[in-house]
Design a binder for this molecule. Structure first.
Ligand code: BTX
Length: 324
Protein backbone atom coordinates (compact mmCIF):
# COMPACT_ATOMS: atom_id res chain seq x y z
CA UNK A 1 0.00 0.00 0.00
CA UNK A 2 1.71 3.13 -1.31
CA UNK A 3 -0.09 5.54 0.99
CA UNK A 4 0.91 3.63 4.09
CA UNK A 5 4.57 3.45 3.02
CA UNK A 6 4.53 7.15 2.39
CA UNK A 7 3.09 8.02 5.78
CA UNK A 8 5.54 5.68 7.44
CA UNK A 9 8.41 7.46 5.69
CA UNK A 10 7.16 10.77 7.08
CA UNK A 11 6.69 9.36 10.54
CA UNK A 12 10.31 8.12 10.58
CA UNK A 13 11.56 11.67 10.01
CA UNK A 14 11.96 13.88 13.06
CA UNK A 15 9.01 16.20 13.60
CA UNK A 16 9.14 19.17 11.28
CA UNK A 17 11.89 17.62 9.15
CA UNK A 18 11.59 17.35 5.41
CA UNK A 19 11.74 14.08 3.55
CA UNK A 20 13.38 14.46 0.16
CA UNK A 21 11.68 13.51 -3.09
CA UNK A 22 14.47 11.03 -3.67
CA UNK A 23 13.86 9.28 -0.36
CA UNK A 24 10.14 9.10 -1.01
CA UNK A 25 10.72 7.66 -4.47
CA UNK A 26 12.92 4.96 -2.95
CA UNK A 27 10.54 4.09 -0.14
CA UNK A 28 7.52 3.66 -2.38
CA UNK A 29 9.43 2.38 -5.39
CA UNK A 30 8.37 4.97 -7.94
CA UNK A 31 10.16 7.50 -10.10
CA UNK A 32 10.99 10.94 -8.67
CA UNK A 33 8.58 12.58 -11.07
CA UNK A 34 5.73 10.38 -9.84
CA UNK A 35 6.21 11.44 -6.22
CA UNK A 36 4.00 14.52 -6.46
CA UNK A 37 1.06 12.40 -7.59
CA UNK A 38 1.20 10.41 -4.37
CA UNK A 39 1.61 13.59 -2.38
CA UNK A 40 -1.52 14.93 -4.07
CA UNK A 41 -3.40 11.81 -3.02
CA UNK A 42 -2.43 12.44 0.59
CA UNK A 43 -3.65 16.02 0.27
CA UNK A 44 -6.98 14.76 -1.01
CA UNK A 45 -7.24 12.66 2.13
CA UNK A 46 -6.98 15.75 4.26
CA UNK A 47 -3.23 15.86 4.98
CA UNK A 48 -1.69 19.28 4.91
CA UNK A 49 1.80 19.14 3.37
CA UNK A 50 4.60 21.60 2.79
CA UNK A 51 6.64 21.25 -0.38
CA UNK A 52 9.92 23.15 -0.50
CA UNK A 53 12.32 23.05 -3.41
CA UNK A 54 15.58 21.17 -2.73
CA UNK A 55 14.28 20.12 0.68
CA UNK A 56 11.33 17.91 -0.12
CA UNK A 57 8.06 17.45 1.71
CA UNK A 58 6.81 17.48 5.24
CA UNK A 59 3.47 16.83 6.91
CA UNK A 60 2.10 19.95 8.56
CA UNK A 61 -1.02 18.32 9.91
CA UNK A 62 -2.68 14.96 9.59
CA UNK A 63 -6.44 14.75 9.16
CA UNK A 64 -8.52 13.70 12.10
CA UNK A 65 -10.01 10.87 10.12
CA UNK A 66 -10.57 7.19 10.66
CA UNK A 67 -9.51 5.83 7.29
CA UNK A 68 -8.14 2.34 6.79
CA UNK A 69 -4.59 3.74 6.88
CA UNK A 70 -5.14 5.63 10.12
CA UNK A 71 -6.60 2.56 11.76
CA UNK A 72 -4.07 0.06 10.54
CA UNK A 73 -0.78 1.85 11.21
CA UNK A 74 0.18 0.74 14.70
CA UNK A 75 -2.75 -1.65 15.10
CA UNK A 76 -1.70 -4.45 17.45
CA UNK A 77 -4.40 -7.06 16.77
CA UNK A 78 -4.05 -10.44 15.08
CA UNK A 79 -7.41 -10.58 13.29
CA UNK A 80 -9.70 -7.70 14.17
CA UNK A 81 -9.38 -4.78 11.77
CA UNK A 82 -7.16 -6.62 9.30
CA UNK A 83 -9.94 -5.93 6.81
CA UNK A 84 -11.25 -2.37 7.00
CA UNK A 85 -14.02 -0.99 4.85
CA UNK A 86 -13.97 2.80 5.16
CA UNK A 87 -16.53 5.20 3.76
CA UNK A 88 -16.89 8.89 4.40
CA UNK A 89 -20.70 8.89 4.43
CA UNK A 90 -23.00 5.89 4.71
CA UNK A 91 -26.59 5.31 5.65
CA UNK A 92 -25.57 2.80 8.33
CA UNK A 93 -22.39 0.78 8.78
CA UNK A 94 -24.62 -2.12 9.92
CA UNK A 95 -26.19 -2.34 6.49
CA UNK A 96 -22.83 -2.61 4.76
CA UNK A 97 -21.55 -5.12 7.31
CA UNK A 98 -24.61 -7.33 6.76
CA UNK A 99 -23.98 -7.34 3.04
CA UNK A 100 -20.28 -8.14 3.48
CA UNK A 101 -21.11 -10.90 5.95
CA UNK A 102 -23.43 -12.44 3.36
CA UNK A 103 -20.66 -12.25 0.82
CA UNK A 104 -18.37 -14.22 3.12
CA UNK A 105 -16.29 -11.50 4.79
CA UNK A 106 -13.89 -12.90 7.34
CA UNK A 107 -14.23 -12.58 11.09
CA UNK A 108 -12.90 -9.30 12.39
CA UNK A 109 -13.77 -7.32 9.27
CA UNK A 110 -14.82 -3.82 10.26
CA UNK A 111 -16.86 -1.15 8.54
CA UNK A 112 -16.24 2.45 9.65
CA UNK A 113 -17.61 5.76 8.48
CA UNK A 114 -17.08 9.41 9.29
CA UNK A 115 -20.81 9.97 9.20
CA UNK A 116 -24.04 7.97 9.14
CA UNK A 117 -27.17 9.54 7.76
CA UNK A 118 -29.49 6.78 9.02
CA UNK A 119 -27.58 5.35 11.96
CA UNK A 120 -29.59 2.61 13.66
CA UNK A 121 -30.34 2.07 17.34
CA UNK A 122 -32.33 -0.81 18.79
CA UNK A 123 -36.03 -1.28 18.04
CA UNK A 124 -35.81 0.87 14.90
CA UNK A 125 -34.67 3.91 16.84
CA UNK A 126 -32.09 6.14 15.25
CA UNK A 127 -28.51 6.84 16.22
CA UNK A 128 -27.26 10.37 15.73
CA UNK A 129 -23.87 10.12 13.95
CA UNK A 130 -22.56 13.52 12.82
CA UNK A 131 -19.49 13.79 10.62
CA UNK A 132 -15.96 13.46 12.05
CA UNK A 133 -17.19 13.52 15.64
CA UNK A 134 -17.46 9.90 16.69
CA UNK A 135 -16.74 6.27 16.04
CA UNK A 136 -19.43 4.65 13.91
CA UNK A 137 -18.23 1.11 13.41
CA UNK A 138 -19.58 -2.38 12.77
CA UNK A 139 -17.59 -5.52 13.27
CA UNK A 140 -18.34 -8.93 11.80
CA UNK A 141 -17.95 -11.94 14.10
CA UNK A 142 -18.48 -15.59 13.30
CA UNK A 143 -18.69 -17.29 16.68
CA UNK A 144 -19.53 -20.96 16.87
CA UNK A 145 -22.01 -20.68 19.73
CA UNK A 146 -25.72 -21.53 20.17
CA UNK A 147 -28.09 -18.82 18.96
CA UNK A 148 -29.44 -18.09 22.45
CA UNK A 149 -25.95 -17.11 23.61
CA UNK A 150 -25.61 -14.27 21.10
CA UNK A 151 -26.80 -11.55 23.55
CA UNK A 152 -23.68 -12.27 25.61
CA UNK A 153 -21.71 -10.65 22.82
CA UNK A 154 -23.38 -7.30 23.51
CA UNK A 155 -22.17 -7.46 27.10
CA UNK A 156 -18.73 -8.53 25.95
CA UNK A 157 -18.54 -5.59 23.57
CA UNK A 158 -19.64 -3.22 26.33
CA UNK A 159 -16.76 -4.39 28.54
CA UNK A 160 -14.27 -3.85 25.71
CA UNK A 161 -15.59 -0.34 25.04
CA UNK A 162 -15.35 0.61 28.72
CA UNK A 163 -11.80 -0.75 28.96
CA UNK A 164 -10.77 1.11 25.81
CA UNK A 165 -12.28 4.43 26.94
CA UNK A 166 -10.62 4.02 30.34
CA UNK A 167 -7.28 3.36 28.69
CA UNK A 168 -7.20 6.45 26.47
CA UNK A 169 -9.08 8.98 28.59
CA UNK A 170 -9.26 9.98 32.23
CA UNK A 171 -12.99 9.32 32.48
CA UNK A 172 -14.72 6.48 34.30
CA UNK A 173 -17.37 4.96 32.05
CA UNK A 174 -20.04 2.66 33.44
CA UNK A 175 -22.42 0.18 31.85
CA UNK A 176 -26.18 0.30 32.03
CA UNK A 177 -27.68 -3.07 31.12
CA UNK A 178 -27.65 -4.21 28.43
CA UNK A 179 -25.91 -1.91 26.03
CA UNK A 180 -25.54 1.68 27.18
CA UNK A 181 -22.26 3.12 28.29
CA UNK A 182 -22.51 6.20 30.43
CA UNK A 183 -20.07 8.79 31.65
CA UNK A 184 -21.36 10.79 34.61
CA UNK A 185 -24.80 9.33 34.01
CA UNK A 186 -25.06 10.34 30.35
CA UNK A 187 -24.95 8.11 27.31
CA UNK A 188 -21.64 8.14 25.45
CA UNK A 189 -21.97 4.84 23.59
CA UNK A 190 -24.63 2.58 22.17
CA UNK A 191 -24.16 -0.98 21.03
CA UNK A 192 -26.40 -2.79 18.59
CA UNK A 193 -25.96 -6.53 18.11
CA UNK A 194 -27.60 -8.13 15.10
CA UNK A 195 -27.39 -11.69 13.94
CA UNK A 196 -27.65 -13.67 10.76
CA UNK A 197 -28.72 -17.16 11.65
CA UNK A 198 -30.61 -20.11 10.25
CA UNK A 199 -31.68 -23.43 11.68
CA UNK A 200 -28.09 -24.68 11.34
CA UNK A 201 -26.86 -21.95 13.69
CA UNK A 202 -25.26 -18.53 13.64
CA UNK A 203 -23.77 -17.38 10.34
CA UNK A 204 -22.54 -14.08 11.64
CA UNK A 205 -23.01 -11.56 14.39
CA UNK A 206 -22.68 -7.90 13.52
CA UNK A 207 -21.82 -5.70 16.44
CA UNK A 208 -22.43 -2.01 15.82
CA UNK A 209 -20.69 0.40 18.16
CA UNK A 210 -21.38 4.11 18.25
CA UNK A 211 -19.15 6.27 20.47
CA UNK A 212 -19.51 10.03 20.84
CA UNK A 213 -15.86 11.03 20.88
CA UNK A 214 -15.24 14.64 19.91
CA UNK A 215 -18.87 15.67 19.77
CA UNK A 216 -19.56 19.15 21.11
CA UNK A 217 -22.68 20.01 23.03
CA UNK A 218 -24.05 21.89 20.01
CA UNK A 219 -23.66 18.86 17.76
CA UNK A 220 -26.44 17.08 19.66
CA UNK A 221 -30.05 17.78 18.72
CA UNK A 222 -32.12 19.31 21.53
CA UNK A 223 -33.78 16.06 22.56
CA UNK A 224 -30.36 14.48 23.20
CA UNK A 225 -28.60 17.37 24.93
CA UNK A 226 -29.78 16.28 28.39
CA UNK A 227 -29.08 12.57 28.10
CA UNK A 228 -26.11 12.27 25.75
CA UNK A 229 -22.49 13.20 26.21
CA UNK A 230 -19.11 12.71 24.55
CA UNK A 231 -15.58 12.00 25.67
CA UNK A 232 -14.57 15.53 24.70
CA UNK A 233 -17.38 17.08 26.74
CA UNK A 234 -16.51 14.99 29.79
CA UNK A 235 -12.77 15.45 29.83
CA UNK A 236 -12.53 18.84 28.20
CA UNK A 237 -10.22 17.84 25.36
CA UNK A 238 -10.48 15.94 22.12
CA UNK A 239 -8.80 12.62 21.50
CA UNK A 240 -7.77 10.73 18.39
CA UNK A 241 -10.63 8.59 17.16
CA UNK A 242 -8.25 6.32 15.23
CA UNK A 243 -6.26 5.65 18.40
CA UNK A 244 -9.43 4.79 20.28
CA UNK A 245 -10.48 2.41 17.50
CA UNK A 246 -7.07 0.68 17.69
CA UNK A 247 -7.29 0.24 21.44
CA UNK A 248 -10.91 -0.89 21.16
CA UNK A 249 -10.14 -3.50 18.50
CA UNK A 250 -7.32 -4.89 20.64
CA UNK A 251 -9.53 -5.06 23.74
CA UNK A 252 -12.37 -6.61 21.75
CA UNK A 253 -10.14 -9.26 20.25
CA UNK A 254 -8.66 -10.17 23.63
CA UNK A 255 -11.97 -10.43 25.41
CA UNK A 256 -13.55 -12.31 22.50
CA UNK A 257 -10.73 -14.85 22.57
CA UNK A 258 -11.14 -15.19 26.33
CA UNK A 259 -14.86 -15.79 25.75
CA UNK A 260 -14.27 -18.44 23.09
CA UNK A 261 -11.80 -20.21 25.35
CA UNK A 262 -13.38 -19.89 28.79
CA UNK A 263 -17.03 -19.05 28.15
CA UNK A 264 -19.08 -16.23 29.59
CA UNK A 265 -18.11 -16.48 33.31
CA UNK A 266 -14.98 -14.30 33.20
CA UNK A 267 -16.81 -11.77 31.01
CA UNK A 268 -19.72 -11.68 33.43
CA UNK A 269 -17.36 -10.82 36.28
CA UNK A 270 -15.76 -8.00 34.35
CA UNK A 271 -19.15 -6.73 33.23
CA UNK A 272 -20.54 -6.69 36.78
CA UNK A 273 -17.55 -4.67 37.92
CA UNK A 274 -18.56 -1.88 35.53
CA UNK A 275 -22.33 -2.06 35.88
CA UNK A 276 -24.20 0.84 37.47
CA UNK A 277 -27.58 -0.79 37.70
CA UNK A 278 -26.82 -3.89 39.74
CA UNK A 279 -28.09 -3.73 43.32
CA UNK A 280 -30.21 -0.66 42.62
CA UNK A 281 -33.91 -0.01 42.16
CA UNK A 282 -34.74 0.30 38.52
CA UNK A 283 -37.62 0.57 36.11
CA UNK A 284 -37.52 -1.81 33.17
CA UNK A 285 -39.66 -0.85 30.21
CA UNK A 286 -40.21 -3.85 27.96
CA UNK A 287 -42.33 -4.21 24.86
CA UNK A 288 -45.15 -5.61 26.99
CA UNK A 289 -45.06 -3.29 29.98
CA UNK A 290 -43.12 -1.84 32.88
CA UNK A 291 -41.62 -3.64 35.85
CA UNK A 292 -40.11 -1.89 38.85
CA UNK A 293 -37.76 -3.59 41.27
CA UNK A 294 -34.25 -4.26 42.34
CA UNK A 295 -31.69 -5.37 39.76
CA UNK A 296 -30.11 -8.48 41.28
CA UNK A 297 -27.53 -9.21 38.64
CA UNK A 298 -27.21 -11.02 35.34
CA UNK A 299 -27.41 -14.72 34.67
CA UNK A 300 -24.74 -16.79 32.94
CA UNK A 301 -26.68 -16.04 29.74
CA UNK A 302 -26.51 -12.30 30.27
CA UNK A 303 -30.18 -12.03 31.16
CA UNK A 304 -31.05 -9.37 33.75
CA UNK A 305 -32.69 -10.55 37.00
CA UNK A 306 -35.13 -8.13 38.53
CA UNK A 307 -36.86 -8.69 41.87
CA UNK A 308 -40.17 -6.86 42.24
CA UNK A 309 -41.57 -5.67 45.58
CA UNK A 310 -43.45 -8.94 46.06
CA UNK A 311 -40.18 -10.83 45.93
CA UNK A 312 -40.85 -12.34 42.55
CA UNK A 313 -37.79 -12.53 40.30
CA UNK A 314 -38.29 -11.62 36.63
CA UNK A 315 -35.92 -12.50 33.83
CA UNK A 316 -35.50 -9.51 31.54
CA UNK A 317 -34.30 -10.34 28.05
CA UNK A 318 -34.76 -6.97 26.44
CA UNK A 319 -35.78 -3.63 27.94
CA UNK A 320 -34.86 -0.03 28.53
CA UNK A 321 -33.68 0.57 32.04
CA UNK A 322 -33.83 3.69 34.13
CA UNK A 323 -33.01 4.20 37.79
CA UNK A 324 -36.15 4.33 39.95
P1 BTX B 1 -30.53 2.37 21.59
O1 BTX B 1 -31.84 2.00 21.01
O2 BTX B 1 -30.15 1.83 22.92
O3 BTX B 1 -30.36 3.94 21.65
C1 BTX B 1 -30.99 4.80 20.73
C2 BTX B 1 -31.49 6.00 21.51
O4 BTX B 1 -30.39 6.70 22.07
C3 BTX B 1 -32.21 6.99 20.62
O5 BTX B 1 -33.58 6.76 20.60
C4 BTX B 1 -31.85 8.34 21.27
O6 BTX B 1 -32.71 8.62 22.35
C5 BTX B 1 -30.49 8.08 21.86
N1 BTX B 1 -29.41 8.51 20.95
C6 BTX B 1 -29.41 8.61 19.60
N2 BTX B 1 -28.21 8.98 19.14
C7 BTX B 1 -27.41 9.14 20.23
C8 BTX B 1 -26.06 9.51 20.41
N3 BTX B 1 -25.24 9.81 19.38
N4 BTX B 1 -25.59 9.57 21.68
C9 BTX B 1 -26.36 9.28 22.75
N5 BTX B 1 -27.65 8.91 22.63
C10 BTX B 1 -28.18 8.84 21.38
C11 BTX B 1 -28.12 2.02 20.75
O7 BTX B 1 -29.47 1.91 20.52
C12 BTX B 1 -27.35 1.35 19.63
C13 BTX B 1 -26.61 2.34 18.78
C14 BTX B 1 -25.66 1.68 17.84
C15 BTX B 1 -25.02 2.66 16.91
C16 BTX B 1 -24.01 2.02 16.04
S1 BTX B 1 -23.05 3.16 15.17
C17 BTX B 1 -22.38 1.95 14.16
C18 BTX B 1 -23.52 1.00 13.86
N6 BTX B 1 -24.25 1.43 12.69
C19 BTX B 1 -25.53 1.75 13.01
O8 BTX B 1 -26.37 2.15 12.19
N7 BTX B 1 -25.72 1.57 14.33
C20 BTX B 1 -24.54 1.07 14.99
Amino acid sequence: NVKMKLIEAFSRAAEGDFVSGQEIAEVIGCSRTAVWKHIEELRKEGYELDAVRKKGYRIVSAPEKVTKTEIQIGLGTNRFGKEVVYEETVSSTQQIAHRLANEGASEGTIVVAEEQVSGKGRLSRSWHSPKFTGIWMSIILRPIIPIDKAPQLTLLAAVAVVQAIEEVTDTLPQIKWPNDILINGKKVTGILTEMQAESDGIHSVIIGIGINVNTKQDDFPDDLKEKATSIQIEQGKSISRAKLIQVLLLRLEKIYDLYLEKGFSPIKQLWEGYAVTIGRDIIATTLTGTITGRALGITEEGVLLLEDNKGEVHKIYSADISLA
